[in-house]
Ligand binder design. Structure first.
Ligand SMILES: [Mn+2]
Length: 262
C-alpha cells in the first residue's frame, strides 16, 4: 500500500498547530499492528510530499503534483496529513484520473465555510464544488454534528448527502453503510477522506476541534471495512491528527490505516 506523508499545518488557520507532526508519528505506530483483524500482514510503501510551511500555494502545488503521479488505477494511494486543506489538492489530482469521481468524507464538520483563498481546512469542500472539481451529488458526508449557518445553507442548496452523527442512532450503522455503498458504487473513482474529529473526543482527543457526540472507533472501522470492498476505491486521506495533544489518537489513526488498507 502506498502511503504519502504530508507534514503540513499551513491550512489550519492556527487552530491545529502540531498536526504537521502526525505523518511521522502515525507511521511509527503502524508497526505495532502485527496483523489486521482479518489476519493479513500490513505492508506499506511510504513516501513524502515536499512542503513549505511558509507558503500554502507552493505546498498545494507540490501536493497536487504528487497526487497526480501517485494515484493509479491498480492500487489505492493514501495521504497522511496534515490539516484538512490538503484534500483540496489531493482530490484535484485524483479527480483528473476519472470521469465520474466521488468522495466520502468522515468529518464532524462539513468544511463548507465561505471561500478562503487559498482554501483552508474550513472550506476545502466548498471550493472543490465551486471550482467544479466534484459534482455535489457525488459527495457524501458522514458524522457531521457542528456547522455554521452558511454551511447548513450551502449543503441544502447543493443537495449534498449528509448522514449526520445522529442519523447513526436513528437509521443504524448497517442501513447507512449500505446506502453509502450503493451510491459510491456508481462512481468510477472513490476517494475516502477521514478527518479524525469524526470520532467522539472520548476516542480521539488529539485534534483541533473537540466535538462531542461523535462516532466510536469501532463504528468508523465498520464503515471502512465495508467501503474498502468496493472495486473503485482508489484513494484517500486521514487528517487533523495532533500528536502534540494526545499520543493515543495517533495510534487510533494508525489502526484506521491498517484496517482500511490491508
Ligand atoms: Mn472537522
Amino acid at each position: 500500500m502506498k502511503l504519502i506523508k504530508v507534514p503540513f499545518s499551513g491550512g489550519c488557520l492556527g487552530k491545529n498547530l502540531g498536526c504537521e507532526q502526525a505523518p511521522k508519528e502515525i507511521v511509527k505506530n503502524l508497526k505495532n499492528f502485527y496483523l489486521t483483524e482479518d489476519g493479513k500482514i500490513p505492508v506499506f510503501d511510504i513516501a513524502e510530499v515536499n512542503v513549505n510551511p511558509n507558503n500554502i500555494e507552493e505546498t498545494n502545488q507540490s501536493i497536487y503534483n504528487t497526487a497526480k503521479d501517485g494515484f493509479s488505477f491498480s492500487a489505492p494511494a493514501f495521504f497522511i496529513g496534515g490539516d484538512h486543506s490538503i484534500t483540496y489538492s489531493t482530490f484535484k489530482g485524483f479527480a483528473e484520473k476519472y470521469t465520474n469521481p466521488g468522495i466520502v468524507i468522515f468529518d464532524a464538520h462539513p468544511d463548507c465555510c465561505t471561500d478562503f483563498s487559498p482554501p483552508t481546512h474550513e472550506d476545502f469542500l466548498r471550493v472543490l464544488i465551486n471550482e467544479k472539481k466534484i459534482k455535489p451529488e457525488n459527495v457524501i458526508l458522514i458524522g457531521v454534528r457542528n456547522w455554521h449557518k452558511d454551511e447548513f445553507l450551502f449543503l441544502k442548496e447543493n443537495k449534498i448527502r449528509n448522514f449526520m452523527a445522529k442519523d447513526i442512532s436513528i437509521m443504524g450503522l448497517y442501513d447507512i453503510s449500505e446506502a453509502v455503498m450503493e451510491l459510491a458504487n456508481k462512481w468510477d473513482g472513490l476517494y475516502i477522506s477521514i478527518d479524525i474529529d469524526v470520532l467522539d473526543p472520548a476516542f480521539a482527543p488529539g485534534t483541533g476541534y473537540l466535538e462531542p457526540g461523535g462516532l466510536s472507533t469501532r463504528e468508523l472501522i465498520y464503515f471502512l471495512h465495508r467501503l474498502k470492498k468496493l472495486h473503485n476505491f482508489k484513494g484517500g486521506d486521514i487528517v487533523e491528527v495532533n500528536p502534540a495533544k494526545d499520543a493515543g489518537t495517533t495510534a487510533v489513526a494508525a489502526k484506521i490505516i491498517v484496517e482500511l488498507f490491508s
